[in-house]
Design a protein around this ligand. Sequence first.
Ligand SMILES: *Cc1c(COP(=O)(O)O)cnc(C)c1O
Length: 390
Amino acid sequence: MSTLDQKLLERLAAQHTAQLYRYYSTRSNACMASAEYGQENYLAFISNDYLGLANHPALIEAVQKATAIYGVGSGAAHAVSGHCAIHEELEQALAKFTGRTAAIVFSTGYMANLGVLSTLAGEKDSIFADRLVHASLIDGIRLSGARLVRYQHNSIENLQTKLSRYRQGQALIASDGVFSMDGDIAPIPELAQIAQEQDAALLIDDAHGFGVLGKNGGGCCEHYNLNEQAVPILMGTLSKAFGCFGAFVAGSELLIENLRQFARTYMYTTALPPLLAQASLASLELLQKENWRREHLQQLISYFRAGAQQLNLPIMPSTTPIQPLLVGDNEKLIKLQTTLKQQGFLVGAIRPPTVPTNTARLRISLNVHHTQQDVENLLTVIAAAMANFI
Ligand SMILES: *Cc1c(COP(=O)(O)O)cnc(C)c1O
């Protein structure tokens, strides 16, 4: 066996031993309340399709319409011939939706974060990131070569201390709007204030806020009523509440034009298929118009939290559809998840390195397809399973 193969084998074995091995099962139905895996069917609380749009007839129709015009692939990067009228239309609609001057569409959120951070910061600069930011922000900071400084989760005081101690060159503050594994919302008004006082740039990744938060689904910035001046670099995905695929960054003309000229993850990758841009436009219309989706979601969230509290389940301070239950130990978590699965319920089991060591958790994602009865049933089985393992 080659030394590389030997190393790869050992690494997988260690992953098993640490209860960190990831299994990739294959789902065979569309996004809905239940998830089908071959012959097995589960009530599922694991998707980011919060508003239930991924499978919506209007999106399917939009895809068919766009396919008739554009076919499937975009054929090239934006800078070559991939940039289509429908991309332009989507960018303008997203700028309007976010109340920003301009927007640029990326092929994924991961690439958007890599592109923005590597365009705006370099080796002489410093980026201050909340300890719990999404992996794509960390990778973007690494790619930029800037000094990475982590501050304690949602701690303005700690951010201030770190800024005064470690600032170099251009300073940039980066945070998730809604934290993907915790579900809590960042104190963005305070972050914006510090950023302005200290002449630092502020990037908010609102992957989980768009569509869900704010009266019209405008995300964290609508929730807190923060304009382009307060949050100058606003990133969102089209893959979560939008139910599609892709991502965008919204901000000033100057920012967006710089991304078009210098973001390598925009320039050197094939443009988003036009059919997805068309579907995103359909989604954007629905998610603004159909308030009942957000209202239903809010009811489910309240119902879940009240029920979990009554059952003494270890809820975390989240007011969003992401509702984690803190377990701590990896092995206990896997046992719990397995027990729930045996009873027909699918929930996330989030372990390090996705979350800090000893904070393994069940991650329950609520969506519009769920009913109060679904939530009640889930709580009942979790409470029973937890009583056995913890
Ligand atoms: C999902 C997610 C991303 C990545 O978006 P993709 O479009 O899936 O690549 C980035 N940031 C956060 C906070 C996310 O939750």
